[in-house]
Design a binder for this molecule. Structure first.
Ligand code: ATP
Ligand code: MG
Length: 647
């Protein structure tokens, strides 16, 4: 009852490549250990030093204040995140360096230097202020992946308006819910966004959402796809008109360290999304520090994170962290398989990308599409790879390392959440040896623990509840407008400790292995098992691209295991394959874990951010119609096809 049993047999270890380590900011395990020890023994001293690397109009007087569940960081300090991402570099004489390299889905490109990006952000800041947006107002950014989305975020951050980016793949209903919850007055959007050669009509969704959002007094509309839109007199403004005549100079105001920076809704894997609030100073220092060390980032890197700005990864690791570090950020507008399944590899070769950060769901899709799309491009510019979003199956990790990284690039498997603001566990690439499927060790200042049901600490290799027992600068401050839900969701399970909702264990080397969400834990023959290890066992079979394991009620056994499996495009479902997969689980894990049913599926239900929604599969496996929130589901038709394909 109290713990989660680990059945993983993964034992491969990959040391940091010597050539990488030799040039890295942190180039040895000793250096990591030393800095980590300092960061835990005296976190205030550690973070004060990190804060010194950024500009403050007034220096903080108190580094941290912890009144569980409420944290404050850099009290008394005033700063400006946009200033630190832009003005600071320009003032240091680096205005001519490339900040953003944009590639549109149709193939158009645009490059902005730091000076140019600063000018654009200043213009929009002035334009927003002139149109009546004030400090503290909530501004929705519902856009595609275009430079203006980043410019909009930076302009809001600059003037102290609280942005809430809504993923452009969401429809009117999801926009409405978030607008209402945030109490937003302003929406920044575009006529449409390109996706797989088609126009996603964003403005039309905004119009529909606004029918039930009387609080929205203005929208500002960028023209991107030139599809027909209707502009509502008195409410809708053209982006170009707002910028017209706006000065390219704007003095960044000094904002309090705890001034709210953004609200971001979680991706909704487990249910109704939560409006996570982040504030200025702590988030800024943490995004800057994690980017610097986790990606070993330098100004001459060409860094590409394939997330959308609608997710926290897009906030911390497309916009704020990389720009604060003064690097060159590649931003891509469209789908990974448009016009062909090799678009990403073509872009890496073309832009000479050095750091590539993507999600396991994307990696599994690449595997499914076939190696031939990768091998025809020159990926030798890459020096570092990263993943985020889900536990990565060890076989997918190995494929990523060999096929994309040419066996030469370290991989940083970064565990974190919308709530944590930045990367919490990860190998430091020049210092910490990687194990496929493990996010390895905590980042500086982070104190993760694995607890049993009763709150005592789990032993080595005993799975339990993953908590963080000390505050860190970028931790969420609350759920927007709902302190009570904040307390209940994160701090009531284990008094005074932040509960992540994930299950994990640490191994004999102190490495952390995230075993999936505790809500998804399955109970087989009296063993509580995390889904990640069972799924990884299936994915290790050469025919399998992706797998999701859930339990359904069973009269005899209590729970029976159902595995949903997606095959590589080279493989076909068959009774023999079914038997072989069952055999693989029996051999690798044990007969008790043999799935009671294996269902082949063309696709699995996922959130818009690409995470498997086991909650829905559980209901399907039990023969029920999914009941909970399905608005965050990426493709509703996947549910219907899974339902009709009973086997
Ligand atoms: P919701 O909280 O609304 O259900 P969500 O948890 O999917 O949505 P995010 O904050 O985007 O929203 O995702 C964080 C979660 O993603 C983590 O709690 C964890 O389950 C998973 N995750 C992220 N990175 C990793 C990783 N490297 N390894 C394992 N799991 C990861
Ligand atoms: Mg979550």
């Amino acid at each position: 009852m109290s713990s989660i049993k680990s059945v993983s047999t993964e034992s491969r270890v990959f040391e940091p490549p010597a050539e990488f380590a030799a040039k890295a900011k942190i180039g040895s395990r000793e250096a990591y250990d030393k800095l980590y020890a300092q960061s835990i023994e005296d976190p205030d001293a550690f973070w004060a030093e990190r804060a010194e690397e950024l500009h403050w109009f007034t220096k903080p007087t108190t580094i941290s204040q912890w009144d569980p569940p409420f944290a404050k960081w850099f009290l008394g300090g005033t700063t400006n995140l946009a200033y630190n991402c832009l003005d600071r570099h320009v003032l240091a004489g680096n205005g001519d360096r490339t900040a953003l390299i944009f590639e549109g889905e149709p193939g158009d490109t645009r490059t902005l230097t730091y000076a140019e990006l600063l000018a654009e952000v200043c213009k929009l800041s002035n334009g927003l202020l002139d149109s009546g947006v004030k400090k503290g107002d909530r501004v929705i950014i519902y856009m595609g992946m275009v430079p203006e989305a980043a410019i909009a975020m930076l302009a809001c951050a600059r003037i102290g308006a609280i942005h809430s980016v809504i993923f452009g793949g969401f429809a009117a209903e999801a926009v409405r819910d978030r607008v209402l919850d945030a109490g937003a007055t302003t929406i920044l959007t575009q006529d449409g966004a390109w996706r797989r050669g088609k126009v996603v009509p964003l403005k039309a969704q905004v119009d529909q959402a606004c029918e039930s959002c009387p609080g929205v007094v203005r929208t500002i509309v960028l023209r991107r796809t030139n599809n027909d839109i209707t502009m509502k007199e008195g409410r809708d403004l053209e982006w170009a008109a707002v910028l017209d005549g706006a000065s390219a100079e704007h003095e960044a105001p000094a904002l309090d360290a705890e001034h709210p920076l953004f609200i971001l809704y979680t991706s909704g894997t487990t249910g109704k999304p939560k409006g996570v609030l982040h504030t200025t100073g702590g988030y800024m220092v943490y995004a800057h520090t994690t980017t610097k060390y986790v990606f070993d980032m330098r100004p001459d890197d060409v860094y590409w994170c394939t997330a959308d700005v609608g997710w926290v990864t897009g906030h911390s690791y497309i916009v704020y962290g990389p720009l604060a570090n003064g690097t060159q950020v590649l931003m891509y507008e469209g789908a990974p398989n448009h016009p062909g399944p090799d678009r990403f590899w073509e872009m890496i070769a073309k832009h000479k990308v050095t750091i590539f950060y993507t999600a396991p769901t994307a990696i599994r899709a690449f595997i499914k599409w076939g190696d031939e799309h990768v091998t025809k491009h020159d990926l030798s510019s890459l020096r570092l790879l990263g993943t985020v979003g889900e536990p990565i199956n060890p076989e997918a990790w190995i494929w990523y390392r060999d096929m994309i990284g040419g066996g030469r690039c370290p991989i940083v498997d970064t565990w974190w959440q919308t709530e944590t603001g930045g990367i919490m566990m990860t190998p430091i690439p020049g210092a910490v040896a990687a194990k496929p499927g493990s996010c390895t060790l905590p980042f500086f200042g982070i104190s993760p623990k694995v607890l049993r049901d009763d709150g005592t600490e789990a032993d080595t290799n005993e799975g339990g509840y993953l908590v963080i027992d000390k505050p860190w600068p970028a931790m969420m401050r609350t759920i927007w407008g709902d302190d009570q839900r904040f307390k209940e969701t994160y701090f009531s399970r284990f008094e005074g400790k932040y509960f992540t909702g994930d299950g994990a264990r640490y191994d004999e080397d102190g490495y952390f292995w995230v075993m999936g969400r505790v809500d998804d834990v399955v109970n087989v023959a009296g063993h509580r098992l995390g889904t990640a290890e069972l799924e990884s066992c299936l994915v290790a079979h050469e025919a399998v691209a992706e797998a999701a394991v859930v339990a359904r009620p069973d009269e005899l056994k209590g729970q029976a295991l159902v595995a949903f499996v997606t095959l590589k495009s080279s493989a076909k479902p068959s009774p023999e394959l079914n038997a072989a997969l069952s055999e693989q689980v029996a051999r690798e894990i044990g007969k008790f874990a043999r799935p009671d049913s294996i269902r082949f599926a063309d696709a699995l239900p996922k959130t818009r951010s690409g995470k498997i929604m086991r909650r829905l599969l559980r209901e399907l496996a039990a023969g029920q119609t999914p009941t909970g929130d399905v608005t965050t589901l990426e493709d509703i038709s996947v549910l219907a096809s899974l339902r009709s394909d009973e086997s």
